[in-house]
Ligand binder design. Structure first.
Ligand code: 13P
Length: 263
């Protein structure tokens, strides 16, 4: 399988947004857009990651869409199972509530919530062992890019999880490359730079796992309808993790169409 035959993923990361009424409207609008301009499931895998308290509400709203749209948790506990861990949600409890996907390693969790390699590895291990599919985010800061360290930083973030991921579990991992300097800034990596990094990531994955040629590698960082077509045309960019633009149903639908049209 060549990289360009990988089914693309388009996932909306709503972060700490929006209020309930807006969230429901957003899903209803998105469902109508999917009715008017369908996107075939085999052309694009779709997901939405709402705030944790809204996971099951959004999941039920998405179940009325004319195709599968996955509900994705934005986080999972580093503790597994059940127990006296106030405020936490384990991987087992997510799957018990019908959630099958989770984001791990987002730069906002790494930076603002001080999630280091050990915490992230515990989360990944719990998630995979519970049967969740993990969207694992990697990406360099502006300082690291300017110092010529971007590739080394990103490849190290992939090597970090290799210690805990068992061989057969790599097929339940999707990588999202999100250069920190492009997140929420309106600055996107150029398609050439993004493609170059994605190709490096795929090569690294091939060396570490042997599954690199079948793994989806998403790009994230100011993806919008205006740049989605160009990004989608890059052979090693197999989808997008979309922040701000996923809070607008039309923009999100257009981005999904851009990736679906590559198939
Ligand atoms: P923006 O699309 O708002 O830049 O956010 C990207 C992101 O962090 C998705 O996880």
């Amino acid at each position: 399988m060549s990289a360009s035959t990988i089914t693309p993923w388009v996932v909306g990361n709503w972060k700490m947004n929006p209020v309930k009424a807006d969230a429901l409207k957003l899903i209803q609008d998105f469902n109508s857009l999917l009715n008017n301009a369908p996107i075939a499931e085999e052309k694009c895998i779709l997901g939405i990651a709402p705030i944790s308290i809204a996971l099951t509400t959004i999941q039920s709203e998405l179940s009325t869409a004319n195709r599968k749209v996955h509900t994705v948790a934005q986080d999972v506990s580093r503790i597994s199972g059940t127990g006296a861990y106030t405020g936490e949600q384990s991987a087992e409890l997510l799957t018990d509530h019908g959630i099958q996907y989770v984001l791990i390693g987002h730069s906002e969790r790494r930076e603002i919530f001080a999630e280091n390699k050990d915490i992230l590895n515990a989360k990944i291990q719990n998630a995979l062992n519970a049967g969740l599919t993990v969207i694992y985010c990697v990406g360099e800061s502006l300082e690291q890019r300017e110092a010529g360290q971007a590739e080394a930083v990103v490849l190290q973030q992939i090597c970090d999880i290799a210690a805990v991921v068992q061989a057969e579990q790599w097929r339940n991992i999707v990588i999202a490359y999100e250069p920190i300097w492009a997140i929420g800034t309106g600055k996107t990596a150029s398609p050439q730079d993004a493609q170059a990094m994605h190709a490096q990531i795929r090569q690294g994955l091939n060396q570490i796992t042997g599954y690199g040629s079948t793994m989806a590698i998403l790009y994230g960082g100011s993806v919008k309808p205006e740049n989605a077509v160009e990004l989608a045309a890059c052979p090693d960019i197999n989808g997008a993790l979309v922040g701000g633009a996923s809070l607008n149903a039309e923009s999100f639908h257009q981005i999904a169409q851009a990736f679906a049209n590559t198939q």
